[in-house]
Design a protein around this ligand. Structure first.
Ligand SMILES: [Zn+2]
Length: 369
């Protein structure tokens, strides 16, 4: 079912045609086949720049390495639509995407080649558009990148609103994302014989103890002990031990509180042990109210295209917007599974609806802000 305003809107922007739809799928495949692990997005960035310039957009880069495109004039307080270039897939040579009708399979096809393809679709649909629109292909979204690209784009452009694109996740509208904070904590001592030095503090004993203490005291929506290592042999007091831990919560206050709990635990170690904590990463989080016109518009348009009204919490580039207090959301384009594995696949059956509803949302928001 088409919105009654569809014709009006689609007179201003190019409607999706079978050729454009196939073009978007072709773009996703080409983008996917250029490897872009976090920190090494350059070749994929060059491909995207080439395509954007061919369509007629003015392209610039920033210090983070983001690709930023606008039509003729640099917009002020724009709507930024962003899709991350990077993937979690390190060291795969010769990425090949397999296609079986509506199903595409390849590492990073949904996360986030399809998102980048949707950005290129918008570049085609919004040729000549005069609204305050900035298209951003961002770097460093995946875990080790800590949203460096999205954070820089939000800081530099001070957007009115942010829409992030993810290739997977068409099943819901993402209107919130938990922030996270990650540490490696390491304990060091003298160690010794397990019987003769049994009164000597052991790093492994102390680590187990402080981890259970942290677990009891912290109050985040989730916390995780991702990795534990330390000690040497079964008959020795451990001289060293370490753990990598993560906290996730929508509230910056709760994350700050978790940090203090970790600091306190490290200050109260048994005599003979020292402890350090090292920050492995931090990303902001937050949410956009259901009542905000950005969310309201998105839900209304999704309803017209028969897309689900469910709202979900996922950490995406939109987190950079939530963290800065800017109305933000994230749109998923297809149904995808096995993300972050080499068997990742996505089903493009709903791509026409998701691209049309995305175009309509961008058109409405750039007209409203
Ligand atoms: Zn991902």
């Amino acid at each position: 079912m088409r919105n009654t305003r569809y014709v009006e809107i689609m007179n201003e922007i190019t409607p999706i045609t079978p050729t454009l739809l196939e073009g978007a799928i072709g773009d996703a495949i080409r983008v996917c086949e250029v490897a872009a692990p976090t920190g090494r997005e350059e070749r994929r960035a060059e491909l995207v720049i080439h395509k954007l310039r061919n369509i007629g957009w003015t392209v610039e880069r920033d210090g983070a390495g983001n690709v930023l495109a606008y039509w003729n004039q640099r917009p002020t307080k724009p709507l930024i639509v962003m899709a991350h270039l990077d993937t979690v897939h390190v060291g795969i040579k010769n990425i090949k995407v397999a296609r079986d009708e509506n199903v595409l399979q390849g590492p990073g096809i949904g996360d986030n080649s399809m998102g980048v393809a949707a950005l290129l679709y918008l570049a085609r649909a919004f040729r000549g558009h005069q609204g305050p629109l900035l298209l951003a292909a961002t770097v460093a979204e995946e875990s080790v990148g800590n949203l460096r690209g999205a954070l820089e784009a939000v800081e530099d452009w001070n957007p009115s609103e942010v829409i992030a694109l993810e290739g997977a996740g068409v099943e819901h509208l993402i209107t919130s994302g938990p922030g996270s904070i990650r540490y490696r904590i390491s304990l060091h001592g003298q160690g010794g014989h397990s019987w003769e030095d049994r009164s000597q503090a052991s790093a492994t004993h102390a680590l187990v103890e402080i981890l259970s203490q942290i677990g009891e005291e912290q109050s985040c929506e989730s916390w995780n002990i991702g990795k534990i290592s330390g000690g040497g042999i079964v008959s020795a007091r451990a001289a060293e031990a370490s753990a990598e831990i993560e906290f996730r919560d929508h509230s910056a206050e709760k994350l700050e509180n978790a940090k203090q709990i970790v600091d306190q635990a490290l200050q109260n170690l048994p005599k003979g042990l020292t402890g350090q904590k090292e920050m492995l990463g931090r990303r902001p989080g937050g949410r956009t109210s259901q009542d905000h016109p950005l969310v309201q518009s998105a839900l209304k348009i999704r309803e017209q295209y028969g897309l689900s009204q469910e709202c979900a919490a996922v950490s995406t580039d939109a987190n950079a917007g939530y963290g800065a207090g800017i109305p933000s959301l994230c749109v998923g384009l297809t149904h995808g599974e096995l993300l972050h594995t080499q068997q990742e696949w996505c089903d493009v059956s709903r791509l026409e609806d998701s691209l049309n509803s995305l175009a309509q949302l961008v058109w409405e928001r750039t007209s409203a802000i």
